[in-house]
Design a protein around this ligand. Structure first.
Ligand SMILES: Cc1cc2nc3c(=O)[nH]c(=O)nc-3n(C[C@H](O)[C@H](O)[C@H](O)COP(=O)(O)OP(=O)(O)OC[C@H]3O[C@@H](n4cnc5c(N)ncnc54)[C@H](O)[C@@H]3O)c2cc1C
Length: 470
């Protein structure tokens, strides 16, 4: 590590917020998933937008790439390369404004999702989506940067749908505001003001086009009532038809379908639907009754929804299978090379069938390498389904690790072609399987990257597996 660069960074953020210790560099290199990553030269923790600007300008001068990190809770590969500057955002965690009259919160990008929600709950409000399963640890900036698929997506939509404005440091160090806030005399109340949707460029962009430093996000009053339903089906196709019916009737806030993995404790069946409804009390009762009627029409059997309620209120996936977190997760070092993506709801039948067939064909290999299927679960979104294919392997076994990564690649190839699936989450582990399939759209990504970031400063190569942007 060049000592001059470390000193220059210390002059920007203060010595206590820069580290080149091997332990820190190692800890900040990977995300939660199975992909190995390079070792950054230095980790730096800015405390303000001005400090982010100074770091990015320095990186341009010394031609050293910067990788931005929230809390590293993705599973799909950080893509960090050897020798880079790692910018960690969690010192920038202030909630700057809660505006109950215009319905928004503005927070620095490193604020933790749940922390913002708790502050809002004190005034009877909540973020417009509850967040994904990583909500207790992830930052709002990282969650917008990956456009996470949140709980409640059936009614509330995606994380990015409720962004009203962003403050972003571009790769050359200039600072922009998007939407109405681009006009210094306006408030950040409308994403679509002042021309094209510039915020959309950064939502789901994995930090390759800019570092998000502030997020203005829509809020809502906490709904009066929550109702829960749980239904077992003997044929997964009927469960999917039922989910489609509920979706089109707009009868649920969230539908989660279980199409593989362990069965919920005490339940029999081939597939299961959890249904969550949030609304005014009378409307919630009526919508759950309608959802239950649709499930019955497709031979769904109602059962106890206690697991559903626990899942929704505690945001612990184990409750989807009616199991407390302790016994479900245990203390084994299992890692999850997930493949996930959007399909149409009718198209989900094909994807489920393809995975079940692959699982059966590879039974001997799954046994040999100790691979488990944790879940084949779908979050139903507004116009389709988001299927999570979660396999687990024991990271202590090198052969299992190699096999699991190969398996992930095979599943991704199968799903992104025959399964008709398009991933939401990308990351260094998934982008090689999808980007080359995108043709002219991939070329446009490259052009945008080259135009905004000619020196390849921000997260270079992360979404460009086929030889960078050149
Ligand atoms: C238990 C668990 C459950 C999860 N469940 C879900 C789920 O239901 N749905 C879902 O979609 N995801 C889920 N995830 C994944 C994860 O929560 C999200 O991807 C998360 O929101 C990422 O936030 P982060 O702060 O950890 O970002 P990081 O992982 O640190 O960063 C993610 C990407 O965004 C970039 N980035 C980070 N901050 C910024 C910034 N300020 N500006 C620009 N780029 C930035 C990084 O460079 C990186 O490319 C889960 C994770 C865990 C651990």
């Amino acid at each position: 590590m060049d000592k001059n660069i470390k000193q220059a960074l210390a002059a920007i953020v203060g010595e206590q917020h820069v580290s080149d210790s091997v332990a820190d560099r190692l800890c900040y290199s990977r995300d939660c998933g199975p992909d190995k990553a390079g070792l950054p030269d230095v980790v730096v923790r800015p405390g303000s937008t001005e400090e982010v600007v100074a770091i990015v300008r320095l990186a341009n001068e010394v031609k050293k790439p910067v990788y931005t990190r929230g809390r590293g809770t993705t599973f799909l590969g950080s893509g960090v390369k050897d020798g880079v500057i790692l910018v960690e955002m969690t010192r920038m965690n202030r909630i700057e404004r809660i505006d109950l009259k215009s319905g928004y919160v503005t927070a620095q990008a490193g604020a933790i999702w749940r922390g913002i929600d708790v502050a809002l709950q004190r005034v009877g409000h909540e973020l417009a989506v509850p967040g994904g399963g990583g909500l207790f640890s992830c930052t709002i900036g990282g969650t917008v940067a990956v456009n996470a698929i949140p709980h409640g997506a059936t009614e509330y939509g995606m994380t990015g749908d409720h962004v009203l404005g962003l403050e972003v440091v571009l790769p050359d160090g200039s600072v922009i505001n998007t939407g109405s806030a681009a006009n210094p005399s306006s408030e950040p109340i409308e994403r679509n003001a002042n021309g094209p949707d510039i915020a959309g460029l950064f939502i789901g962009s994995y930090g390759i086009l800019g570092i998000i430093t502030k997020v203005t996000y829509r809020i809502r009053p906490i709904p009066e009532e929550e109702k829960f339903g749980f239904y077992a089906f003997d044929d997964y196709r009927e469960a999917i038809d039922a989910a489609c019916g509920i979706q089109m009737a707009q009868a649920a806030t969230f539908i989660v379908g279980l199409f593989g993995g362990p069965k919920p404790a005490g339940e029999e069946g081939d597939a299961f639907l959890h249904v969550i409804v949030r609304d005014r009390a009378s409307a919630a009762r009526e919508r759950l009754r309608e959802a239950g009627g649709i499930c019955s029409a497709y031979h769904g059997r109602p059962s106890s929804a206690e697991g559903t309620r626990h899942y929704w209120q505690e945001h612990m996936y184990s409750w989807l299978r009616n199991t407390a977190p302790g016994p479900y997760y245990s203390n084994r070092p299992y890692f999850c090379p997930e493949v996930a993506g959007f399909t149409s709801t009718p198209g989900l039948k094909k994807a489920v069938e393809l995975f079940r067939t692959l699982r059966a064909e590879r039974d001997a290999e799954f046994t040999r390498y100790g691979i488990r299927v944790k879940g084949l679960d779908a979050y139903f979104v507004r116009n389709g389904a988001y299927l999570w294919i979660d396999t687990l392997y024991d990271e202590r076994r090198a052969d299992a690790w190699d096999y699991a990564l190969k398996l992930r690649g095979d599943i991704a190839e199968l799903m992104f072609t025959e399964g008709g699936m398009s991933p939401g989450g990308l990351g260094a582990g998934i982008s090689p399987y999808i980007m080359p399939k995108l043709g002219p759209t991939f070329e446009l990504f490259k052009t945008l990257k080259k135009t905004l970031d000619p020196n390849g400063i921000l997260n270079p190569d992360l979404l460009f597996p086929t030889g960078g942007t050149t």
